[in-house]
Design a protein around this ligand. Structure first.
Ligand code: EPZ
Length: 420
């Protein structure tokens, strides 16, 4: 039985949305609980299939995990494994972030190489070269990564050629326990890195994020469990803002932190949205058709987030005017374009550049989610389109958007999840 999301477009969106916790913060923090010889309580953990996949990995490693609503309790006192089987790695490629924490706790790790995914090859060369610089022996053969830590360097300095989020997370997780000092230059600075560091410091680790792009880790011998509330999901917030921008309405998003995406708000204001930003809540009002968006160029944080590119492209499809979108982070992150064109969008692609010419209206039809954020874009488009849009392959959406149809129905969207 396949589930699909069916949207009858045209409704204005009015009311309140309680924002979910961050997927991209929950995953590295759940991986970090492997380091703890104790019990960790993680609050505001969204109910997503990617979080369920992370829980399966924790249980495979010997942890006991209990979920009460959005609170996950992880008992990692009896870790009895250091490997992740291919089946679990393939369920969620970002499981690579467990490499650092398994290595940090057990001194060894064996994972199957994470394949690429819908949005690109997703290489892990920066993860591997950094671990080797830290004195970890890494063998990659026949689709498996085997790591062994025989000794600790007293001092390791790593300069990342690209501020990779995953590589930064893996280096931190592999270096907080044991001995020595690790410094990362050109580290990723996404809010999710800050949240991971906050969790680890509450466990007794010593992780310092400097004002610029440097992370300094002083290893400690032992850490303890803690209680931690995951930060709100900034990408889901930007997706819901795009829904209102495209469909029109007046919506208040609660439990957010606009510090994490304030640099994106001018795009909505430029499109004619009225934004009231109160940091922990944000209100968006939109009447009529959006004006053309400013040109979008995805960049590492605090630049325009690549994960918001697809939802804002959907908004720009119905704008009055044209816009340019440049995807600088992932080479395969325009797969939603074909589906938007099926709905009547006018988009031309030139490599990593999309030229979007706004149209009066999109038209509902059957579309297929190509990936997680592309799925978010199709929901945005369906809400603005004339007629019925049937969104298929919604397992992609369920990876990162918690109860998306319930949230949107709660603000007046005509949207249901149906079993085909
Ligand atoms: C994280 O992926 C997020 N995933 C992604 O969100 C997000 O798009 C990305 O960061 C960028 O912000 C999670 O946090 C689970 P990267 P990650 O390493 O860590 C290249 C979503 O929709 N690179 O910063 O994989 C890579 O090819 C997901 O929620 C190397 O070349 O991102 C890409 O071009 C999608 N070598 C760029 O860096 C490496 O060793 C950014 O990758 C690692 C990365």
């Amino acid at each position: 039985m396949e589930e699909t999301i069916v949207i009858k477009g045209g409704n204005r969106l009015e009311g309140e949305i309680e924002l979910q916790g961050s997927k991209n913060s929950s995953l590295p923090i759940l991986a970090a609980t492997v380091l703890v010889d104790g019990i960790s309580v993680i609050e505001n953990c969204p109910e997503l299939t990617d979080v369920s996949a992370a829980v399966k990995i924790l249980e495979h490693l010997g942890c006991k995990v209990f979920r009460q609503g959005t609170t996950l309790t992880v008992d990692s006192r009896f870790i009895d494994g250091c490997s992740i089987p291919d089946s679990l790695m393939r369920e969620m490629r970002s499981s690579i972030v467990f490499l650092g924490s398994i290595l940090g706790r057990t001194g060894q790790a064996r994972l199957s190489s994470p394949g690429g995914c819908e949005i690109g090859l997703r290489p892990i060369d920066l993860h591997i070269s950094s671990l080797r610089l830290m004195g970890v022996s890494v063998d990659i053969s026949r689709g498996h990564i085997s790591c062994t830590r025989k000794s600790y360097n007293s001092d390791t300095v790593i300069s990342l050629s690209f501020p990779s989020v995953g590589a930064t997370e893996n280096i931190i997780l592999a270096s907080v326990l044991g001995e020595g000092r690790t410094v990362i230059h050109n580290a990723a600075r996404e809010p999710e890195i800050r949240d991971l560091a906050d969790f680890l410091c509450k466990c007794g680790c010593k992780v310092e994020l400097t004002a610029q792009d440097t992370v300094i880790i002083e290893a400690v011998q032992k850490i303890h469990g803690t209680r931690h509330r995951v930060i709100p999901d900034r990408i889901v917030a930007l997706t819901y803002l795009s829904c209102v921008g495209a469909a029109g309405g007046d919506v208040l998003i609660k439990n957010t932190d606009t510090d994490d995406y304030r640099t994106v708000l001018p795009f909505f204001e430029g499109a004619g949205c009225e934004i009231t930003d109160k940091k922990e809540s944000i209100r968006i009002k939109m009447n009529g058709r959006p004006k053309a968006l400013r040109d979008i160029r995805t960049m590492p944080y605090p630049g325009f987030p690549t994960d918001a590119q697809a939802p804002l492209m959907a908004l720009s499809c119905v704008a009055r005017g044209s816009g340019v979108i440049v995807e600088n982070i992932f080479e395969g992150r325009f797969k939603h374009v074909g589906e938007l064109v099926r709905m009547g969008a006018k988009i031309r692609l030139e490599g990593r550049i999309a030229l979007v010419e706004g149209v009066d209206s999109l038209y509902g039809t059957r579309v297929e989610c190509p990936d997680l954020r592309g799925g978010g874009a199709l929901v945005v488009a369906g809400l603005a389109a004339k007629g019925i849009t049937e969104v298929c392959n919604i397992s992609h959406i369920d990876r990162g958007y918690e109860k998306i149809e319930e949230c949107l129905r709660g603000v007046g969207a005509d949207i249901v999840r149906v079993n085909k």
